[in-house]
Design a protein around this ligand. Structure first.
Ligand code: ZN
Length: 317
């Protein structure tokens, strides 16, 4: 329940929004009145929008269905950064391309690491014959912390505190928005856990292209294997693919999943050679377009668990 103060502030903001255009304030001036912030990728941008509401104007650098591991910033990104008061990043080595962009943009914005306080899990060691000799997936932190809803709540708390520090007049609004959103995250997590409980224990395993579900595995007990490591920078080697196909057969893995950010070819090949069926498309590192099935983080988590349950819950043992 929003408290009375938040309601009053909301009402005043609402009146201001109504009074704005009538009072001759252009839409552009209204947009400029919002706190300009940047988020490095779409999932993080959604968290910031949920907490910031109407007070904050959010620009996402990597957009829907984009790959935040590998990204080529544009001149518009540098412009958004230099205008921003805050820049929200995931950290845990997700955005290797960002430090250079921050530097070249000359931004004075405070950098906020949204995973601060989250206990990182270590990426499984991966054998890589990646192009360019990148094979650096050895024992570093897994960046996909958002795949646990408990972690998403830490992101939200960090965002709330950073917004309130940058815009103290909005604190009551940010507190109320965050509280309402945290309650929705709790409800979503309960749905995910209930869905997992409906999947027979011996069928709680699946394959994705890259190793994006480590936190999901740890939080919800579905085992995910991937031929590619925690980053999409290095390609899976023939040996990685052969190993996965052997594991699918030996462990009777019921399904393989496509990911919205990766090329479907590898998973299609693995399905063909292992006999596992393709269970659908999971949103691992990016939301869909607003009109798609995963336009927000909560819709993404609901879509993913629904696809996982459909593919794993029933079928030949
Ligand atoms: Zn990833």
């Amino acid at each position: 329940m929003p408290d009375r103060r938040a309601l009053v502030v909301g009402l005043v903001l609402g009146l201001a929004a109504i009074a704005g255009p009538a009072g001759g304030v252009s839409a552009q001036e209204n947009a400029q009145a919002k706190l300009p912030v940047v988020a490095s990728f779409s999932i993080l941008a959604d968290f910031v929008r949920q907490v910031g509401g109407d007070r904050v104007g959010v620009t996402s650098l990597v957009g829907p269905d984009g790959d935040a591991h590998v990204y080529s910033p544009t001149p518009a990104d540098a412009k958004a950064l230099s205008a921003a008061k805050l820049v929200f990043i995931n950290g845990l080595h997700l955005e290797g391309w960002l430090p250079r962009l921050v530097k070249s943009s000359g931004t004075k914005a405070a950098l906020v690491t949204a995973t601060k306080g989250i206990e990182p899990i270590e990426a499984a060691e991966q054998e890589h014959a990646g192009k360019g000799g990148h094979g650096h997936a050895h024992g570093h932190d897994d960046p996909h912390a958002w795949q646990s809803i408990a972690n998403a709540k830490v992101y939200v708390a960090n965002i709330r505190d950073a917004l309130a520090a940058a815009d103290p007049a909005g604190k009551a609004v940010y507190d109320a928005n965050a509280a309402a959103y945290l309650a929705r995250l709790d409800a979503t997590e309960a749905e995910v856990k209930a869905a997992v409980a409906r999947i027979p224990a011996q069928r709680r395993k699946a394959i994705t292209t890259h190793d994006a579900f480590g936190y999901f595995v740890k939080a919800y007990g579905i085992e995910f294997l991937a031929p590619q490591g925690v980053s999409t920078e290095a390609e899976a080697s023939a040996r990685d693919v052969a190993r996965i196909i052997r594991q699918i057969k030996a462990q009777k893995v019921p399904a393989v999943f496509l990911e919205n950010i990766t090329n479907p070819r590898l998973i299609e090949q693995i399905a063909r050679e292992s006999g596992a069926r393709i269970g659908g498309e999971l949103y691992s590192d990016a939301l869909s377009a607003a009109s798609g099935p995963a336009g927000t983080y909560i819709d993404m988590m609901k879509h993913n668990i629904s696809e996982i349950e459909k593919a794993l819950a029933a079928g030949p043992a």
